[in-house]
Design a protein around this ligand. Structure first.
Ligand SMILES: *Cc1c(COP(=O)(O)O)cnc(C)c1O
Length: 391
């Protein structure tokens, strides 16, 4: 039999669960794009996006996914032949480096592997060795979704300051914005990229490049017209916000999502993600106490609050994922970018997520372990509920 009935639960690290209020806001007739409500609504999302990113600087909106924001950000500051320093802690750091290379830049990649955060002493050495100041930008992923590693962006800024290097600090917050605490201005980030389909709970299709004056001053002369962030932040006509037709329904959805974040309060949003992540870790620690399951990242300070990568040591990870989906309607994330991918799965716990939802997901995984006779410690749900009980 199957118990996969009722509402499906997509617990992957993006796209995330879409709130009903977002779906309902999008279920409407096409608005006038030349004047009126849509213009007011677009102007209203800009300060709210900045407040989620904790910045007073600029935000350009692009119609596209995270890859579009990656390319948009780099296309504004890199000319062919420029050098960037990429700090990789998983697939997404390497993916962003690939975009830089595609634009003709030289990517110097330091790969810290898939289980621990950026080692700042290695970054310091690389910057100190660059006596000619060739490195135009340091690119780091705040939360690498493939490994669930969270990097210390403030520490990275401090390291850059210590060396006196003038490179731009560019951060990918596509997985972390609205989940893990991030403060663009206080943390000294020059460029930050994000998407709408993870912590911002909106169907994939909008992405954002936040940038400060230093980054704008570093804009390359050969930026393409479509990616140029300037007309998007200071449009003479509404059309220039989007270099064409606006993403009408996505803007309504995003407005509703930002309303949810505003109503809850950003600090409460971060605290909720932290508590839910701790419940997930508590369960996995118990399961792993008598079986093959293990958290990918050992140090809790280096773990994301938005996603957890789990190692199973064999392709039973894939069997478990298939069981939870086919038998109970819970879709877990694949072992993206891992080798071998079948040996890992990920739990997305970002965005529109409550205590009962995560307890349901953990209970379903617990049932899957039993159904598939995968050895595991008993009492994981008890451990998770102890965490939730302290909310
Ligand atoms: C999801 C994600 C991306 C890519 O976003 P797409 O919308 O899939 O193009 C990039 N970086 C990080 C950290 C992500 O989580």
């Amino acid at each position: 039999m199957s118990l996969s009935y009722g509402r499906q639960y997509l617990a992957i690290p993006g796209p995330s669960v879409i709130p009903d209020s977002v779906l309902q806001a999008m279920h409407r007739a096409s608005p006038n794009i030349y004047e009126g409500e849509l213009h007011d609504l677009t102007h209203s999302v800009i300060p709210d996006l900045k407040s989620v990113a904790m910045t007073d600087q600029n935000v350009a909106i692009y119609i596209g996914n995270g890859h579009a924001a990656w390319e948009a950000a780099l296309a504004n500051v890199l000319a062919p032949g420029d050098t960037v320093l990429v700090l990789a802690t998983g697939l997404f750091g390497l993916g962003w480096a690939d975009i830089a290379q595609g634009l003709g830049a030289r990517a110097e990649i330091i790969n810290f592997g898939a289980q621990a955060a950026i080692d700042l002493s290695q970054v310091e050495a690389a910057l100190a060795a660059d006596t000619e100041g060739r490195i135009k930008a340091v690119m780091a992923v705040h939360v690498d979704t493939s490994t669930s590693i969270k990097n210390d962006i403030t520490g990275l800024r401090a390291t850059m300051n210590r060396t006196g290097h003038q490179a731009l600090l560019m951060a990918d917050c596509i997985a972390s914005l609205g989940c893990d605490r991030f403060e663009m201005d206080a943390w000294g980030v020059d460029v930050m990229v994000a998407g709408c389909q993870k912590g911002l709970m909106t169907p994939t299709g909008l992405s954002f490049v936040f940038f400060n004056e230093k980054a704008d001053a570093a804009q390359t002369d050969n930026v393409s017209r479509y990616w140029n962030w300037r007309p998007r932040v200071k449009p003479e006509v509404f059309y220039q916000h989007f270099a064409g037709t606006p993403p009408t329904h996505h803007l309504y959805g995003l407005r509703a999502a930002l309303d949810l974040i505003k109503a809850e309060g950003i600090d409460a949003v971060f605290a909720r993600h932290a508590k839910i992540a701790q419940a997930v870790w508590a369960a996995i620690d118990v399961w792993g106490s008598a079986g093959p399951m293990a958290l990918n990242v050992a140090d809790p300070a280096q773990r994301s609050h938005a996603v957890t990568s789990v190692a199973m040591g064999s392709s039973i990870a894939t069997d478990l994922r298939e069981w939870t989906e086919s038998k109970c309607g819970l879709t877990l994330g694949i072992g993206l970018g891992r080798d071998p991918a079948e040996d890992y799965f990920r739990i997305g716990h970002m965005g529109h997520l409550s205590g009962h939802m995560i307890m349901g997901a953990l209970g379903t995984i617990d049932a899957g372990l039993k159904a598939l006779n995968i050895p595991h410690g008993r009492g994981a749900l008890d451990a998770a509920s102890e965490v939730i009980a302290t909310a």
